[in-house]
Design a protein around this ligand. Sequence first.
Ligand code: ARG
Ligand code: ZN
Length: 876
Amino acid sequence: QVVHLADYRPTDFVLERVDLTFELDPKQTLVIQRSLMHRREGASEQAPLVLDGDELTLKAVAIDGNPIDESQYSVNDKQLVIGNLPTGVTFEVTVETIIDPEANTKLMGLYRTNGTYCTQCEAEGFRRITYFMDRPDVLGVYTITIIADGSANPVMLSNGNFLGAGDYGDGRRFSAWYDPHPKPSYLFALVAGDLGVVEDTFTTMSEREVALKIYVEHGKEARAAYAMDALKRSMKWDEEAFGREYDLDIFMIVAVSDFNMGAMENKGLNVFNDKYVLADPETATDQDYANIEAIVAHEYFHNWTGNRITCRDWFQLCLKEGLTVFRDHEFSADQRSRPVKRIAEVRHLKAEQFAEDSGPLAHPVRPQLYREINNFYTTTVYEKGSEVTRMIATLLGRPMFRKGMDLYFERHDGQAVTIEDFVKCFEDVSGRDLTQFSLWYHQSGTPLVSVSANYDAASQEFKLSLEQMIPPTPGQQTKEPMHIPLAMGLILEDGSDAKAATVTGGEFTDGVLHLTERTQTFVFEGVANRPALSLNRSFSAPVNLHFDQSAEDIVHIARHDSDLFSRWQAINYLAIQELTAAVKTTEAGGDVAASPALTSILMATASDEALEPAFRAQVLALPTEADIAREIGSNIDNDAIHTTRNAIMYSIASAIAGPLEYLHAMTTNNGAFSPDAASAGRRSLRNSALTWLSHIDDGPARAAAAYAAADNMTELAHALTVLAHRFPGSNEAEAAIAEFEQRFAANPLVIDKWFMIQATVPGDTTLRRVQDLMRGSHFAPNNPNRLRSLIGSFAMSNPTGFNRADGEGYRFLAERIVEIDGRNPQVAARILTSMRSWRSLEPGRAAHAKSALLAIDLSGRLSTDVRDLIDRMLKS
Ligand code: ARG
Ligand code: ZN
């Protein structure tokens, strides 16, 4: 049951066209598939047609209209195998199956959500609809007919362009769709139900008018306005930034409330988790708006990077995901503040991908094998995949990168291709050999670059010695040196960058140093004064740096670097150094306080009116408890980290109370709500000030006042968080929790925030609260968003509450995982990844974590999703 990249071979049969007819019924849907295909040239004449299937009831099979029986086919719970098929001619296979959408709790294939029929096929859900060559290199042109009860299903949608609809006169209606663009089965989609719609149009660069429709539950139309705006901006941006034009007459988004992931890029018919569509100021935070913008763009951008050009096999997943994440990152950077966006990306990359890369689930951006492909929709494939794309752009420069992308679209349109095909395009346009660079796709683990620098005044030389080391990861004990592009600058006294006359020791182009050897020394000649080294500007390479840089140099960078990202990076570096050292002090029984250097650079930057508020808020956000744990790396005691971080915050807040008060006062809301980046930045600075002040406030009064005064969800949810997390159990906190619940009881997406805030209250008593909430009326054990916001956020985002020293958090999670796995393996597996770093815990916690994992291991019938993770996490 392990799939190997090396075993790839094309199918014996080539698909041409697919005709699907659905007779929708909640419990007994009939699916009639008619597919035209022919035997591939060179394929064996004896080769049977092997079709994938999963939980299907087979009704009938026919070849060229003639029914066949089990003398010509065989069927089991995974496959339908048909023999005696013609050679040299196109033939038609008819397969009739019955499926039960209502019983589909895995939410893969065709299922029901709040009475609406909907599908999710990536990666292998189409085989839960009909027997099929369900792999991404099998492309076909699809025609779809949907037949259903007309009054319950006035809306019936599928991919491509609308052909027509009509009544049968017996209460049933049909609707027909045709998608002219050949596509793999994972991009198929069908939606039917009674939904409201928001409509708009977009005129493309060649003056074609495209109908835009966003379908939501009735009554929620107004909350789709921002998603529509984001869609139009995405369409425009892809034309300008990449020359990509939309290619159908209609583009549709459907928002559903039960969905395993964020959203899905089905051709012409994107299906979204409604959390990433619906927004208004009363119910959505600024983060929600930013997520909607990014995900709408991401799915839209897939139309070219994913759909027009797709993956040959699932090992190539990063071909579409890494590239499309890069595209959505660039889009958001252009729509908002580039440095602030970059800071948020790097924070996320380090928190998630670096953590994944240093534990038992580490894998390359392009893996070699998998047991369950659903477990490879990871932050490594997505976010590290995006960073690898970004590095190609850095190596080539943006204009050459664009040329490579143009060639990629031209050369591979309509094909299912590999990472090698992608990289080849950039080699061909630039003439650069990317062989060594390609190790980024194949070697897992985060490279560690050790830095030593030396300035010699007499010779005016700045010498920079670098050494790269890539830690061992599962299945990869030794590594080759990689090609690491490090953007850098030598910052002089006045803040400007030194212009070195010559650089020897390796390639240095456009401010980017190319580290290609295991150890390499670069010499910068003609540097008149001792500079401060600013390395890995904009996080040009996803690596860890080990560099004993003086606090003075770090502060100099923090104040003067021309790259705003690097100013944040320097402060963050100073903070994480101090925090990890302070944890050691706490563990040795000492008292901790922040250094004057850290305190003053935080205050100076936060108060600098010349800087945008969103940037200042990022600077004020100290490394999280999880960041500190990752930096410490082993023998983690979550309580010590929590105590230490709070003590440091207390010492800083006490020292800069005045400026914090001023910031809080200066950032009050003036006028009507707007979700734009500047307004959002002001709100985040205000929220940040409130958090800091809560560390010196002797009671909840200020937070309670902020809660009462908030007129938007960003400030309301934050005030509630401060009340609940900083003043747990206080009357003010409990009153706000109750008031919030009452106010938003009818809005499940807001109740998710209420769950999350409560599930992430630090400390031992939260487990009990989570258990109570599970018994409450808002919890829905089959809804992925509810599961993730209550159980998922407890396990993933509550370091002290989940990692209770007595192991009760792990025991609780183990029971939930087994329960959830019985209904929805993908959601269970995703939440289980919260335990991936269990080996870095201190021995007591690690032992408890291990017994919880063993309890799951021994619990009997596990899905392949959970089984695969458990085996990898327990392997020594
Ligand atoms: N392709 C989708 C996206 O990134 C996500 C699909 C996730 N599928 C899965 N089986 N986990 O936009
Ligand atoms: Zn994607």
